[in-house]
Design a protein around this ligand. Structure first.
Ligand SMILES: Cc1ncc(COP(=O)(O)O)c(C=O)c1O
Length: 368
C-alpha cells in the first residue's frame, strides 16, 4: 500500500499491520467473541498507563472530543464547580463543553503559548473553596506545549479536587504511570500516539471516583460515563453500536505498542523530534516555544515573514511528495505545526528536512 507520512498531530501514520487488522470477517458486536475482544482492549488501554490496579477504561465510539465531553459532562456533581486551564484550543474546547452543559466553572485563561503559572492557579484554589474539579490538557496540541502535569496534580491533591486530564496527544507517546501520577480521569483516543485508527475515544477513570458518580443525575445518555461503564461491566459489551473494525485495529495497535514498549516509542519519537529541530535550524526558522516547554511530540514553528512564503502552497508541495504538514491554530504568533507521532521515525524527518530546505531555496524564502 502507498505510504503517506503524516506530520499532522493525528490521525497519525499507522503500520500496515494495523491497517490490515481492519479486514476481519463480519461479526455482530453482540457476539461473545467481540465482547471478549472489547474487554481485552479495555484492559490493554489501561495497561499502557499502568493503571490496572486502580483504574478502568470506558470506551466511546467517536473522536477524542467524545471522551472529553463524556468526562466533563459526567463527573461534576450538581453542586460541584470546575476550574479549566485555557492555554490553547483544547483547553478552550473544554470550557465550551462545560458551558454547553451549564456546569458551574471558572477559567484560568492565558495566551495560547503562555506557560501556566502554578502559583497563580494555586491562588485560585485558595480563593474559591467551591471548586471540586480541575480540567487541563497535558500536551496542548495547539502549540506543542507540555503543561506541568505533576505540579498541577499536586495542586489537585492539596486542594482535594478531582483531576480531569486531556492526554489526547500524549497518551502512549510519553510515559504516564498512574501509580505515580494520581490522575482521576485521563482521556485519549485511538488515533494519536497509540497508532490506531480514528473512531474511538476512552476515559481511563479511577475506580473509586467512578463509583461515586454512579448516583449523579445524568446530564446526557450517549456520552454518560457511568452509564457506559456500568453497561460494559454488566454485559461485557459496548452500550451502543461500536465501530467494530476500529476496535480490531486498536487491539493490533496496542499489541504493537507493548512489543515496542513505552520507552522504545518515546525514544523513537524523540529522535524524530531532534532530527526535525536540526532541519528547522538549517532553514533558519524560529520555534514558538522555548525548548524547555516542548512536548517533543509536536513543534509549532513561527511562519517566516517573507512575501514568497504561503502556507497552503507549501502544504501542497509537501502533499505532492506524500508528506502532510499542518497549519497553526490561533497561537500567540502565526505558526505551522509538525508532529512526530505515529508509525514514522527520524528517517521520515530527514526526508522532510531535505524537502523543506529545497522548498525554501527554490522560492528564496528567508526569515529576515
Ligand atoms: C489535546 C487534544 N484534545 C482534544 C482533541 C480533540 O480530538 P478530536 O479532534 O479527535 O475530537 C485533540 C485533537 O487533536 C487534542 O489534541
Amino acid at each position: 500500500m502507498k505510504r503517506n507520512i503524516l506530520l499532522n498531530p493525528g490521525p497519525a501514520t499507522t503500520t500496515d499491520s494495523v491497517k490490515q487488522a481492519l479486514m476481519v470477517p463480519d461479526i455482530c458486536p453482540r457476539e461473545q467473541e467481540f465482547g471478549d475482544l472489547t474487554q481485552s482492549v479495555l484492559k490493554k488501554v489501561v495497561q499502557v498507563v499502568n493503571g490496572n490496579l486502580t483504574h478502568s477504561a470506558v470506551i466511546f465510539a467517536g473522536s477524542g472530543t467524545a471522551g472529553v465531553e463524556a468526562a466533563l459532562s459526567s463527573v461534576v456533581a450538581q453542586d460541584g464547580k470546575i476550574l479549566i486551564l485555557d492555554n490553547g484550543a483544547y483547553g478552550k474546547r473544554a470550557e465550551t463543553i462545560i458551558q454547553a452543559y451549564g456546569i458551574p466553572h471558572r477559567t484560568y485563561r492565558i495566551g495560547w503559548g503562555e506557560y501556566p503559572d502554578v502559583a497563580e492557579i494555586e491562588s485560585i484554589f485558595q480563593q474559591d473553596r467551591e471548586l471540586t474539579h480541575f480540567a487541563f490538557v497535558h500536551h496542548e496540541t495547539t502549540t506543542g506545549m507540555l503543561n506541568p502535569l505533576p505540579e498541577l496534580l499536586e495542586l489537585c491533591q492539596k486542594y482535594e479536587v478531582d483531576s480531569i486530564v486531556d492526554a489526547m496527544s500524549s497518551y502512549a507517546g510519553l510515559p504516564i504511570d498512574l501509580q505515580e501520577l494520581p490522575i482521576d480521569y485521563l482521556i485519549s483516543s485511538s488515533n494519536k500516539c497509540i497508532q490506531g485508527m480514528a473512531g474511538t475515544s476512552f476515559v481511563i477513570a479511577n475506580n473509586e471516583k467512578l463509583a461515586k458518580i454512579a448516583k449523579f443525575p445524568a446530564r446526557n445518555l450517549y456520552l454518560n460515563l457511568w452509564g457506559n461503564h456500568s453497561y460494559i461491566e454488566k454485559t461485557g459489551q459496548f452500550q451502543f453500536t461500536p465501530p467494530v473494525q476500529i476496535v480490531y485495529a486498536l487491539n493490533a495497535a496496542l499489541d504493537e505498542f507493548f512489543v515496542e514498549t513505552q520507552a522504545g516509542r518515546t525514544a523513537r519519537y524523540f529522535k524524530a523530534y531532534e532530527t526535525l529541530l536540526d532541519g528547522i535550524d538549517k532553514v533558519g526558522l524560529e520555534l514558538l516555544l522555548p525548548k524547555s516547554q516542548h512536548s517533543k511530540l509536536l513543534t509549532a514553528i513561527v511562519e517566516p515573514q517573507s512575501p514568497n512564503y504561503d502556507f497552503m502552497e507549501m502544504h501542497d508541495y509537501f502533499y505532492e511528495n506524500d508528506i502532510t504538514i499542518y497549519p497553526g491554530k490561533g497561537a500567540k504568533q502565526d505558526t505551522f505545526r509538525i508532529a512526530n507521532i505515529g508509525a514514522i521515525d527520524y528517517r521520515d524527518m530527514l526526508l522532510f528536512n531535505e524537502k523543506l530546505l529545497q522548498y525554501f531555496e527554490d522560492r528564496k524564502i528567508s526569515n529576515s
